[in-house]
Design a protein around this ligand. Sequence first.
Ligand code: ATP
Ligand code: MG
Length: 396
Amino acid sequence: MSFKLANQVIEELQNHGFKSYIVGGVVRDRLLDRPTGDIDIATSAKPEEVQRVFPNTIPVGIEHGTVIVRHGKQSFEVTTFRSEGRYLDFRRPSEIEFHESLEADLARRDFTINALALARDGNIIDPFGGKGDLERGILKAVGTPAERFQEDPLRMMRGIRFVSILGFRFEETTYSALVENADLLEKISVERIRDEFEKMLAGPYCEKALMLLKKTKVDNHLPRGPFELQLQPDMYRWSALATVEEQWAGFLVRNQAEDPNEWLLVWKLPNQRKAKVNRIVTLVRSEIDFTCTYTIYKYGLGDLQASIRVKRFLGKQVEIEESELEDRFSELPIKNRAELAIDGNDLQKFFKQKPGPWIAEYLEKIERCVIEGKIDNTPSGVKEWIEKWQRPQERD
Ligand code: ATP
Ligand code: MG
């Protein structure tokens, strides 16, 4: 994301007489010297005015004051300064009010470290002491913490996610409000909690966040309820995990989930993600020898490498390095059954027999031999081997 382009958007708004600043998480990340995601811009211009200033805009959330400005092939969310009225359904504020001043906009934000604005001249606007909290590593709600968590309980999960990502700790009153209002998380949709939880799983201080979830008893109010943690926080190496599926697998093995699939169902993971996590957990818990050629073929590179990383996370010995696994996989004569030189039809013709379970059985035998280098994967190679191998009916 380019600050140079964002500044051009800001200048353009200023040229039209509107105030405008870079705001929110991106300012926090910039002060922490961390890579930033999207650059959000806040302005005194109303959405229609933003649309008039820029030739290329997308009205994504006009009713919330947000317009996407396309500039230099990048997108910037430009949102009118606003405050939020009451939250009726724990989802979105029931009414919002546009403002002329930046301060009201910063006051509606969740934590002081997220309530910062960056002006075009490099000045930081910091009405709530967010900069000091960033330096001290403190998460403090803007305003009265209990009220802010009651307005939008998801903020509690956001806070815990920041503990995991930044290693920060909660300021005292904010911490008490978290403990007292944790049950309100039950009002929030599983999907929204899950998204924050997954961001938490990706943080380098995830262990700290998990301990906090237990200590505050917030975990009682998460989908599927509380989880078990054996207290060995120094043992787990979250940084060894590379994907969200590995992080879920790590979490489930870490908390000794008896039935991982049940957890994933309740947490409403998309099917593909769920299936991958299940496969990883099964492999990690199995006694399967990852160095065996047929195992490498059967489970495939992706699942095995993921499982190796989860084993590393658990402090377990791995029997094969990822790079060696890659070499072994690339040396396999075939990568899946479709690459076999013959198929079930060929077998049927060859043996002049009715189809039946014998075909799958026979193919598997051929497949194994091809992978182990005992048969050449060519039609003649396979036929030659079949001539020597017993015919299916003779085995019965
Ligand atoms: P990330 O690094 O994940 O983008 P972020 O803090 O930037 O973290 P966003 O969802 O991008 O999170 O939100 C941008 C900003 O909007 C936040 O920094 C914060 O100021 C404000 N914000 C987001 N969600 C909330 C919320 N639930 N309540 C109050 N303010 C919020
Ligand atoms: Mg952001």
